[in-house]
Write a protein that binds this ligand. Sequence first.
Ligand SMILES: NC(=O)C1=CN([C@@H]2O[C@H](COP(=O)(O)OP(=O)(O)OC[C@H]3O[C@@H](n4cnc5c(N)ncnc54)[C@H](OP(=O)(O)O)[C@@H]3O)[C@@H](O)[C@H]2O)C=CC1
Ligand SMILES: O=C(O)CCC(=O)C(=O)O
Ligand SMILES: [Mg+2]
Length: 474
Amino acid sequence: MYDKITPPTVGEKIRFENGQPIVPDNPIVPFIRGDGTGIDLWPASQRVLDAAIEQAYGGQRKISWFKVYAGDEACEVYGTYQYLPEDTLTAIREYGMAIKGPLTTPVGGGIRSLNVALRQIFDLYACVRPCKYYNGTPSPHKSPEKLDVIIYRENTEDIYLGIEWKQGTPGCDQLIDFLNNQLIPETPELKNKQIRLDSGISIKPISITGSQRLVRRAIQNALRLPKNKQAVTLVHKGNIMKYTEGAFRDWGYAVATGEFRAECVTERESWILSNKEKNPSLSIEDNAKLIDPGYDSYPAEKREAICQEVREVLEAIWDSHGNGQWKEKVMVNDRIADNIFQQIQIRPDEYSILATMNLNGDYLSDAAAAIAGGLGMAPGANIGDNAAIFEATHGTAPKYAGLDQVNPGSVILSGVMMLEFMGWQEAADLIKTGLAKSIEQREVTYDLARQMEPPVNPPLKCSEFASAIIKNFD
Ligand SMILES: NC(=O)C1=CN([C@@H]2O[C@H](COP(=O)(O)OP(=O)(O)OC[C@H]3O[C@@H](n4cnc5c(N)ncnc54)[C@H](OP(=O)(O)O)[C@@H]3O)[C@@H](O)[C@H]2O)C=CC1
Ligand SMILES: O=C(O)CCC(=O)C(=O)O
Ligand SMILES: [Mg+2]
């Protein structure tokens, strides 16, 4: 079955039933060490995970790690350009769950992202990135403790599908010619727009399927949160990209008000309901004016559409959501992408789950990570219905590779997400305790050390930070 790897002789497979993992006490879990700093991060992280499992379950539970290859290490074992060998894909398919270090993607030419490829191959459509502040972590932000968000990033489409044409190639010229001379002139809405002849082209597909399954998962997660965190914000640049990002917003709301009608309220619905609660005799038109301050300046047709919206909301959900019942529901709202970057800085506590398309989520997760202490403290998971791969938000940080210097916190916390996904909460909790205590004791790697007041000097090495976390389990 495998060409150059052998699975552990002891251990069993994780199975998925209805999207949920069924986990034996001794699961076999494939891991990819990763490029660059992966060489430092993975051994430190594995040590912490194993120690926590041993301490929590005293040998009753154990992971049998299965080393599989991707990136530079794969080329060493399988030969030139064998960045993602079939063996690795077979192992992940077979065992259902894996954890990985970062993998390099060259800018401009060269291979396409192996990280993105893994997400697409296994249809891991939700990239889940919690950004939460650990007490004592240095931050450039004044009130980092107010940040506690989970980014749900669509993981399989958008420009990451990688359908693009390089400037000056025959395919690119042909596409520009077709668009400029055929499709654009046939589309009145596009007027006389033309694409510059010396352009490169990337295609940005956003589908109903991709958007709705992501938002569905985000709402399901919101329902598991404490009441005061039950909110999902749809992040988009729909004012500019109406048929991709704007459509993402509309399809997201359709999931909330269709599939989760009893559990959700949209922000606009909450305004309509609360206007009527404050003034039960409020007319439909006065309610419409309150939810849309520009109402009086709109043409009659638009004014009627807003009145109709008010009527429909009151008819549909006044009984189930009115008289304050909406305050117990998951609040679904939307924010334009540029605004959300400032919102998470100035009003982070007003947000909980941020549902995004692929590119926006990529940008936003690094920005949110900065508030919570930086990329050394930013875990993540790529989740599908039949598989899951856990990985940090950060990349290979090549300038630090092999120096035993970078913060293993993100990979370790990705491991914590994996343990929680497996239902091994006791082991996950030990690691979170160990990490929090190490930070409190100022036993930290360079990235946190340099931001602390006064700075910690010398900082711990990557491997020493792992040891500090283990020492601080209890
Ligand atoms: N999922 C994946 O595998 C990902 C892969 N990549 C790939 O990684 C490569 C490098 O990308 P790049 O843009 O430099 O981004 P990186 O995330 O690799 O690094 C950027 C900076 O973030 C900080 N940083 C990253 N990791 C850590 C850590 N563990 N501890 C402390 N600080 C950390 C460092 O900051 P400082 O210099 O201030 O110390 C580093 O220079 C590219 O090939 C990219 O495609 C990128 C993102 C995700
Ligand atoms: O695949 C890569 O190289 C970068 C991906 C990335 O930045 C991310 O997923 O956050
Ligand atoms: Mg990124």
